[in-house]
Design a protein around this ligand. Sequence first.
Ligand code: NAP
Length: 311
Amino acid sequence: MEDVIIIGTGCAGWTSAIYTARANLNPLVIAGEQPGGQLTTTTEVENFPGFPDGIMGPELMMRMQQQAEKFGTRVEYDLVTSVSENSDGTLTVKTVGGTEYLTKTAIIATGASPRWLNIDREKELVGHGLTSCATCDGAFYPDVPVCVIGGGDSACEEASFLTKFASKVYLIHRRDELRASQIMAERALANKKIEPVWNTEVKEYLTDDEGEMRAVKVVNNQTGEESEIEVKCVFVAIGHDPNTDFLAGSGVALDDDGYVLQDGHSTNSNIPGVFSAGDVSDHVYRQAITAAGNGCQAALDAERYIAALEG
Ligand code: NAP
C-alpha cells in the first residue's frame, strides 16, 4: 500500500513529490508519456523565480527531479491507464506496463497538451521559431514580425502581449470573427501593431537556411488564394487539451473541457484521496510557477488527508 502516487512529472508533479517526500510519505511518481512535461519542449525559461539569468526548461525539470529524489521520491517510467476507487476507500492505479498499485492517495498532475495544427515539420520546428507559449518565448523576438494563430482569448491575449516586443503581430484566424471575449477581442483589434488576417489557414511553415522560421504559407479559405506572410516566429494558440483520457470511467469529475474539477480553493477532486494539480485543472494561468504552487497545495492536502485517516 502506497501513501501517495503522483501521476505526472511536470512542475506540479515534481513539486508534489518534493513536499510529500519531505513529509516522509515516500511518494511514488509515475513519469508518463513526456517525462518533465511541457517545459522540456521549451528553451530558456526567464520567468521562474530564483533564476535571474534564466534556465533551460529541461534543466529546470531535471533539477526538480533531483530535488524530489534527494528526499526519497521513487520514479517509475510507466504510463497510467486508470485510477479507480475501491470499496474500502483505497485507490487502485493501473499502468500500461501491467502494474497495479494500491494507494491511499493519488495526485493527478498530468498537465495539458497544446493543440497543434498537425501540418508538416511541426514537431521539429518547435524551438526554432514555432511555439505555443508567448509568455515563454515572446521576448526572444524583438523588433521582428511574428504571427499568432487562433481566434480565442489565448490568441488575443498572446497577440497583445507580443506587441511589447515584435514589430508587427499578424493574428491569423480561420474565420472572420473572433471567438474571444469582447474585451479581449476589442483590445487586440484596437492595437495598431496587430493586423488580423481573416478566413485564413496556415498550410506550411517556411524556414531559412539555418532551419529557423522565415514565413508561413497561408490560404484564404473563402477565395482559395495562397500567399506567404514573413514572420520570424509563429505562436500557435488554438487551445489546450488536458491529459485526462485515462480518467474515463474513474468517476473523477471533469469540467466540460475535460479538466479535473477542484473543490473550491483546495486541490480535492470529488473522490476522497484523489487530488489534482497544475495544468490538468487550470486552463487560465498555465504557468510553470502556478503549476508548481498548485503541486505544493496538492501535497499538503494529501498529507492532511492521510493524517486524518490515521487519526
Ligand atoms: P479556445 O477558446 O478554444 O479558442 C481556440 C481558437 O483556436 C478558436 O478561435 C478556434 O477557431 C481556433 N482553432 C481551433 N483549432 C484550430 C485549428 N485546427 N486551426 C485553426 N484554428 C483553430 O481556446 P483558448 O483561446 O486557449 O481559450 C481556452 C479557455 O481559456 C477559454 O475558456 C478562454 O476564455 C480561457 N482563457 C481565458 C483568458 C483570460 O481570461 N485572460 C486567457 C486565455 C484563455 P474557431 O473560433 O473557428 O473555433
